[in-house]
Ligand binder design. Structure first.
Ligand code: ATP
Ligand code: MG
Length: 443
């Protein structure tokens, strides 16, 4: 018996509906913000991640899946989405297109060799977005509001945006000096990782999951006190734009984020919903004004975020979100061997015309087929036996309106389409929500 690889999971057919509903909510909100999808490969040259995410980041130093391909090239399964998007932005010269601003999003698998636990896997999925070409604080605020809007569209309201600013190169350097000085007397009491970080990248000590309650870290100097005037003004404007858009946030002075490329604004969205445990961060992001030029592209300011899909789904589970309700338009019950060819023909015709149609493939009896139609949540049930065949008729039940008619069998498709076109009831037929329904997509 084969078993799945540690840290991976199967998404089973019974659970995909929720994922699809979340993907749809993401695509709908992305459209409102005018972001378009980009799909880049799930593996890239190892070097790309060393240069972008940074050698000293946890992700690159100990979490990547690296391998040599048969041509002896060093390849890495992507441990995050931004590096590939930036590589593609530069390689395809997207910066040279008519619009000076490019807005794109991605969804797909991400790989990190981590210790698996609830909400933490070795293959997981991220949805992320990137905006290139604006250094305006409006861009930071737009990106944050986009991330929050996705959660709101899924009716996840118990979220807090934690926000901070690291400043640009100059501010980051000043802060680094102050932090090193502050940590020096107590560094030996911190964990082994922190001692290495102290040499390579002291900012990341603030992101340590082991020492996060240590007094030394809690009393660390605040990045905001080391911002240049320009960086400070930028940060204050981001907050002002969030205020007018009524996006709630808390300024979190210890928020630094684990990746090297961030400059100025960094943010995380957290939820207090219990079943996430320690994995309560569902989204992380920020501005990265130097990454495009660091990867040999033209200097281009950029800002983005990434959501963990699995954690989003765990939150929805806690909120008992049902996702889209599975349904079929039509279930055709065929009774007897002699009707099977007609049944296949009608099923195919209805499917080709766009009706979600199901039929019995296992010669079940009438009662069992009715049961199947219920499991498939069919609105219409057509019954076609030997008598109907002789008369060229078909019996049709409409479960929504509780009606039953006998119609010419050649009219089956047209009849159902006409019924479906009739004005929708004022409440959503799937979830019962009054008037228009944002969530389930029902009418
Ligand atoms: P964490 O602090 O929880 O390790 P991170 O800072 O490493 O998260 P990011 O690199 O910012 O995470 O990735 C963005 C989002 O991806 C996270 O907020 C989280 O929702 C999700 N995520 C990160 N690592 C994993 C993982 N191993 N399994 C599932 N989701 C993950
Ligand atoms: Mg991590």
């Amino acid at each position: 018996m084969y078993q799945k690889v540690k840290g991976t999971y199967d998404l089973l057919p019974k659970d995909t509906a929720k994922w699809i509903a979340v993907e749809r909510a993401i695509r709908n909100v992305s459209k409102l913000f005018n972001y378009k999808e980009i799909r880049t490969p799930i593996f890239e040259k190892t070097e790309l991640f060393h240069r972008s995410v940074g050698d000293s980041s946890d992700i690159v130093s100990k979490e990547t899946y690296d391998f040599l391909d048969r041509g002896n090239r060093s390849i890495t399964l992507r441990p995050e989405g931004t590096a590939g998007v930036v590589r593609s932005y530069i390689e395809n010269k997207i910066y040279a297109e008519a619009s000076s601003i490019s807005k794109m999003y991605y969804m797909g698998p991400i790989f990190r060799y981590e210790r698996p636990q609830k909400g933490r896997y070795r293959q997981f999925s991220q949805f992320g977005a990137e905006m290139f070409g604006s250094n305006s604080p409006m861009a930071d605020a737009e990106v944050i509001s986009y991330a929050v809007s996705i959660l709101k569209s899924l009716k996840i309201n118990d979220v807090t945006v934690h926000i901070n600013s690291l400043g640009g190169k100059e501010s980051k350097m000043l802060y680094r000096e102050a932090l090193v000085k502050h940590l020096a007397p107590g560094i030996n009491n911190l964990c082994g990782d922190c001692q290495t970080r102290y040499q390579n990248n002291p900012l990341r000590i603030l992101d340590c999951k082991v020492d996060q309650e240590n007094e030394l870290l809690l009393n660390a100097p605040s990045t905001i006190d080391y911002l240049t005037n320009e960086d400070k003004t930028h940060f204050e404007s981001v907050l002002a734009f969030l205020d007018v858009m009524k996006v709630d946030y808390v300024v979190d002075k210890n928020l630094v984020r684990g990746l090297d490329y961030y400059t100025n604004t960094v943010f995380e969205i957290k939820t207090s919903i219990a079943n996430l445990g320690a994995q309560n961060t569902i989204c992380g992001g920020g501005r990265y004004n130097n990454l495009v030029s660091d990867l040999s592209g033209p200097a281009t300011p950029a800002v983005g975020f990434a959501f963990g899909f699995e954690r989003l789904l765990l939150v929805l589970e806690a909120l008992e979100y049902q996702g889209d309700i599975d349904y079929t338009h039509l279930f055709i019950i065929g009774l007897g061997d002699s009707v099977k060819e007609d049944v296949m023909q009608m099923t195919n015709r209805c499917r080709m015309g766009g009706l979600i149609t199901e039929t019995d493939l296992n010669n079940k009896n009438l009662k069992q087929q009715f049961k199947q139609s219920e499991i498939n949540n069919a609105r219409f049930i057509a019954i076609y036996g030997e008598n109907e065949k002789l008369e060229g008729k078909i019996n049709l039940k409409d479960k929504q309106n509780n009606t039953e008619v006998t119609i010419d069998k050649h009219q089956l498709y047209n009849y159902i389409v006409a019924e479906l076109m009739k004005p929708a009831p004022s409440s959503c037929s799937s979830c019962g929500e009054e008037d228009s329904c944002d969530t389930c997509g029902g009418e």
